[in-house]
Design a protein around this ligand. Structure first.
Ligand code: ADP
Ligand code: MG
Length: 342
């Protein structure tokens, strides 16, 4: 008689910017940045998640802070596995009887070998069954779309390191494309702009804060100025300058154009019947990048279809893994792994 409680089953969004964990029957229980701090010489991990993020850009020599999934590629298996195990353990009971079913959503760009490494990490914490679900399906499920019908839905998920556009019908992906760029590229564009316009060097976290507060995909968003602190490249001393929303918008133009082109390419490859459905229902945005002010309007203007930002876009993917756990028996899973014994 199995002792496991079905509530032990968990869904994981292993994102390039953050990791979220959903426990069946309880909801989202963990939300941590995908960041670890590593001691350079020994290679041992000294901090995970938000604790490691606080150290970013502030470490003494000898310690580095890494984002193992940056750019949607698993840059470092060992660290990714260790991080995943750490987060799963931190939400699960130490009991040996804890044998959850685990559904992981991995960034689309990761290779089959990397997916296997992710599944291995989940098996190591005692999963009785590990599944991998494709990101656009999880995003669509989490956005509350009814993807089981013979009807086309289109989602665009903009994460930190990746953006995925997909058309889904009858529970499967019909057309999709993934690019290795997202919110991080916006931050980098802001860093470059501030450096060339003001000779001021700022870190990525500062650029991200500017993007969130003053960033916009459209001109004329905010008139007030936003203070930015960094290091003057000429004097080498700390300095504060003020930026406005319009210049941030200009600096984001290239990244925004790439997103528009991504959506257009996927639309062009969409079979006509499904294209008709999409022009009726519109495009749904998920992922943190979709929170950029005015992005929905820009995409709508450029593609001619209505664009809706999902409710709670940062949680869509993990909520989708949750829906897959609650409602469906593995029908959306791309890969399934069972323990070698038992
Ligand atoms: P991932 O799935 O890759 O982990 P997320 O979906 O968590 O990524 O999105 C993270 C990205 O969203 C980051 O680049 C972050 O800066 C960006 N982001 C979060 N909130 C906002 C916001 N309000 N405006 C613009 N970008 C945002
Ligand atoms: Mg994501």
């Amino acid at each position: 008689m199995p002792i496991l409680k079905s509530s032990a089953d968990i869904g994981i969004d292993l994102g390039t910017a953050s990791v979220l964990i959903y426990v069946k029957g309880r909801g989202i229980v963990l939300r941590e940045p995908s960041v670890v701090a590593v001691e350079r010489d020994s290679g041992s991990i000294i901090a995970y998640g938000s604790e490691a993020l606080k150290m970013m850009g502030r470490t003494p020599t000898g310690i580095t802070v890494v984002r193992p999934l940056k750019d949607g590629v698993i840059a470092n298996y060992r660290i990714t596995e260790a991080m995943l195990r750490h987060f799963i353990r931190s939400v699960s009971s130490p009991s040996r009887l804890f044998k959850p079913r685990i559904i992981v959503c991995a960034p689309t760009g990761v290779t089959t070998v990397e997916k296997k490494a992710i599944m291995d990490a989940a098996m190591q914490v005692g999963s009785r069954r590990t599944e991998i679900i494709e990101e656009p399906l999880a995003a669509a499920l989490g956005a509350g779309l009814d993807i089981t019908q013979p009807y086309g839905h289109m989602v665009l998920d903009i994460g930190g390191g990746t953006a995925d556009a997909a058309v889904i019908s009858l529970g499967g992906i019909v057309v999709s494309e993934s690019v290795r760029m997202g919110g991080d590229r916006m931050d980098e564009a802001i860093v470059r702009h501030v450096r060339s316009a003001y000779n001021l060097l700022i870190g990525d976290p500062t650029a991200e804060a500017v993007k969130i507060q003053a960033g916009s995909a459209l001109k004329g968003y905010r008139q007030d100025l936003y203070d930015v602190k960094g290091r003057d490249l000429v004097t080498g001393l700390p300095k504060t300058i003020a930026v406005n929303s319009d210049e941030i918008c200009t600096s984001l133009a290239e990244v925004l154009d790439e997103l528009v082109q991504l959506v257009k390419r996927v639309m062009e490859k969409t079979p006509p019947e499904l294209a008709g459905d999409i022009s009726e229902r519109g495009l749904v945005l998920t992922g943190g990048g979709s929170l950029l002010h005015g992005l929905d309007q820009l995409l709508s203007r450029e593609t001619g279809v209505a664009v809706h930002v999902a409710e709670d876009p940062l949680s869509c993917v993990v909520l989708g893994t949750g829906r897959a756990l609650e409602e469906f028996e593995g029908i959306y899973s791309q890969y399934v792994m069972l323990p070698r014994y038992s």
